[in-house]
Every structure is written in structure tokens, then in C-alpha cells.
Design a protein around this ligand. Structure first.
Ligand code: KIV
Ligand code: ZN
Length: 387
């Protein structure tokens, strides 16, 4: 039996930190439902203390999601943790993720704290979070530039205080794959109680290394990867969920673990997130880009026609691409309409919702020759706003 690799999606938190990608409560709930359908293990829904709007969004996600754990972020401060605990009160399974920076530059210049004070805050925060839930995650922010001795000391202390997951962020995307793999290996070896917690990684993409670093860490024993749909996230983004999941799934000959992800939901969810945030997916993006399975050169086309595996290491259909696209217009019926919504990651909950949205679609189709994906996204968003 292979180990389980936990998928922690932070599209709704770190992804939302991409400049211009902020989401409404309703949009977060729609994405969270799509992530749940995809069988993501943990959904980080937001940072409840950041604003009343984000508090309500986390609360709404906690109420609507039943299969995935819902997580809220909190600095290592009592007020942050209480706010996260409150927002998650109705979740079936809740996690509080608390963090404090541990690198010399962050402790000295940003926090203006001594390492011992940082450690004290971290332990207190974990203990307070445990008053709300048993599922507490701790992150030493900027771990990728922190001193190994201090990291070992703080991880040992937070695990003893009750953190079940310790997440190692490469906050500024500074590490290289071999170096990051070595960091995870060393921490697992040197922290005396390391076997009491799941090691997680959270890699940023400043040098284009987020996915490579995450996968290298998995080979060193990390069993949770934090990632986002389409690699959205602060600055150059986070590790892309679709790339991490498909690398592990495609190379089962290499990895000692696998995820629970339903890969057929990858493309629909990517499109949903792109439609809601307005962040287009670059055509040559792995897995979800429009050209990811397109073949242009004559030699390649000839090879694929004879045997697909000559130039394809994955099946486009497996990740949710649909070979024959139906054109939607005024002659289209309800089934084609519903199928297209599904391809876009939109699942209408009731027959009544389907009927109303279909009616609006027909009205629009009378005015427009062809209905595009963006029109459908807008129809559903308008219907949500009107409800
Ligand atoms: O990049 C980072 O360090 C974070 C932490 C809050 C985990 O997003
Ligand atoms: Zn981050």
C-alpha cells in the first residue's frame, strides 16, 4: 500500500492574494464546492481576521463543504485564532493554520522579536488553536531562509504543544530542489518528535521552482503539499495543484505515495477559477493550457495518429478535456447546456436553479449568435446575485 499524499488547496487564501484575484463569498463557495468534488483533502478558505467579508466567506465555505476539511489562516495571535475558530465553528471538519516568521530577516526587521519570543508565541498559538479543534497546523514563515537549529527547536516545541501538521514554507521561492529536499530530510531526522506530525510543504514560484521543490520534498518524506489551482498565488504564485497531482499520478513508478484527487475534475475546476478571477490560463500551461494536448508539427501529428503515446504521456480526457466541443446557441437543449456547465466546473444544485438559468440562457441566445464560456460564467454569477 502506498502512502497518502494530502492535497491542501489554498486557492481561496494564498491564491486570492494574487493582485486582482479577490473573490466574493459566493464565488469562494462555488470554488470550494468544485474543490470538494475534486476530492481535495483540505481547503484553506481564507484569513478570517483579515476582513469581515473574508470571515463570512470562510464561514460560508465551512457551512457548505462536508467532505473536505475546511481551514482558516491565523497569525500566532490570540485574536486571529479566536476569529478563525469562530468562522470555522460549523465546519464538519475544521483546521486552524497558524504561522509566525522564523528567518533572521523577518524576526529582526518585520516582527522585531528575539527568537525565544517567536517560539513562545508559536507554542501559545498552537495551544489556543487546540481549544477550537484537534486539527492544528503550524508554519514557520520563510522557513526556506531560516536557520536549521532554530527551525528544529520551534518544530519540536509546536509538535509537543499539539500541532498535527508542520508546514515548511519556501515563502519567497528562494530554494532549489536538492536544497529543499535536504531541508525536509534534515528536519525529519533532527526533530525528535517528528513522527508525531505530518510534514507539509508550501512552495512559491519566484524562480519557477514551486512544483519541482514540492515534488523533491515529497521524495524526502513530506506527505502534504500546499498548492493552488492554475498556480495562482502571491507574486509569481504557488505550486500548481494540477501539475503536482499529475506528476505524482503519471509517475507512480517513481513516487512512494499518491493523492485521492479525482483528476477528471482538474480542467473544469481550472476553468472555473480562471473565469471567476479573470486570470487567463496561458496556452502552453502544463495540463490545463489550451495547447497542453495539441500537436502542431507534422511529425508529431503523424505519430499521434498512429499511436497516441508517441507524444502523449497523459490522456487529455482523463483530466477533463472534452474532445468534441458543442457550440451553444438558441437551438441547444437543456442537456447540452447542463453538460457544458459541468465542463466549466459549474454544478447547479437544484432543478429550479437549472430551469431559471436555462431560461436566461435562451433569452441571451436570442440576442447572440454563439454563447461563449464567459457568457455562461456571467449568467450563473448574475443568477447568484439575483437570488
Ligand atoms: O508563503 C507563506 O509563507 C504562507 C504562510 C502563511 C504559510 O503563505
Ligand atoms: Zn504562501
Amino acid at each position: 500500500m502506498k502512502d497518502n499524499l494530502i492535497v491542501f488547496d489554498t486557492t481561496l487564501r494564498d491564491g486570492e492574494q494574487s493582485p486582482g484575484a479577490s473573490m466574493t463569498r459566493e464565488e469562494k463557495v462555488r470554488i470550494a464546492k468544485a474543490l470538494e468534488r475534486m476530492r481535495v483533502d483540505v481547503i484553506e478558505a481564507g484569513f478570517p481576521v483579515a476582513s469581515q467579508g473574508d470571515f463570512e466567506a470562510v464561514q460560508a465555505v465551512a457551512r457548505s463543504v462536508r467532505e473536505s476539511t475546511v481551514c482558516g489562516l491565523a497569525r500566532a495571535l490570540g485574536a486571529d485564532i479566536d476569529r478563525a475558530g469562530e468562522a470555522l465553528a460549523e465546519a464538519k471538519s475544521a483546521r486552524i493554520h497558524t504561522f509566525i516568521a522564523t528567518s533572521p530577516i523577518h524576526m529582526k526587521r518585520k516582527l522585531r522579536m528575539e527568537p525565544d519570543q517567536v517560539l513562545e508565541h508559536a507554542v501559545k498559538a498552537v495551544k489556543r488553536a487546540r481549544e477550537y479543534t484537534d486539527d492544528v497546523e503550524f508554519s514557520p514563515e520563510d522557513a526556506g531562509r531560516s536557520e536549521i537549529e532554530f527551525l528544529c527547536r520551534i518544530l519540536e516545541a509546536v509538535i509537543a504543544a499539539g500541532a498535527r501538521t508542520v508546514n515548511i514554507p519556501d515563502t519567497v521561492g528562494y530554494n532549489l530542489p536538492d536544497q529543499f529536499a535536504q531541508l525536509i530530510r534534515t528536519l525529519r531526522e533532527r526533530v525528535p518528535n517528528s513522527d508525531k506530525a505530518v510534514f507539509s510543504v508550501h512552495c512559491h514560484n519566484d524562480l519557477g521552482m514551486a512544483v519541482a521543490n514540492s515534488l523533491a520534498a515529497v521524495m524526502s518524506g513530506a506527505r502534504q503539499v500546499e498548492c493552488t489551482i492554475n498556480g495562482l498565488g502571491e507574486r509569481a504564485g504557488n505550486a500548481a495543484l494540477e501539475e503536482v497531482v499529475m506528476a505524482v499520478r503519471t509517475r507512480q513508478d517513481f513516487f512512494p505515495c499518491d493523492t485521492n484527487i479525482d483528476i477528471s475534475q482538474i480542467v473544469p475546476t481550472s476553468r472555473l477559477v480562471s473565469g471567476i478571477t479573470g486570470f487567463p490560463v496561458q496556452p502552453n500551461k502544463a495540463i490545463v493550457g489550451a495547447n497542453a494536448f495539441a500537436h502542431a508539427s507534422g511529425i508529431h501529428q503523424d505519430g499521434v495518429l498512429k499511436e497516441r503515446q508517441t507524444y502523449e504521456i497523459m490522456n487529455a480526457e482523463d483530466v477533463g478535456w472534452h474532445a468534441s466541443r458543442m457550440i451553444l446557441g438558441k437551438h441547444s437543449g437543456r442537456n447540452a447546456f447542463r453538460a457544458r456547465l459541468r465542463e466549466l466546473g459549474i454544478e447547479l444544485e437544484t432543478e429550479e436553479e437549472l430551469n431559471t438559468t436555462f431560461q436566461r440562457f435562451k433569452e441571451l441566445a436570442d440576442k447572440k449568435h454563439e454563447i461563449y464560456d464567459e457568457d455562461l460564467q456571467a449568467l450563473v454569477t448574475d443568477a447568484n446575485l439575483a437570488a
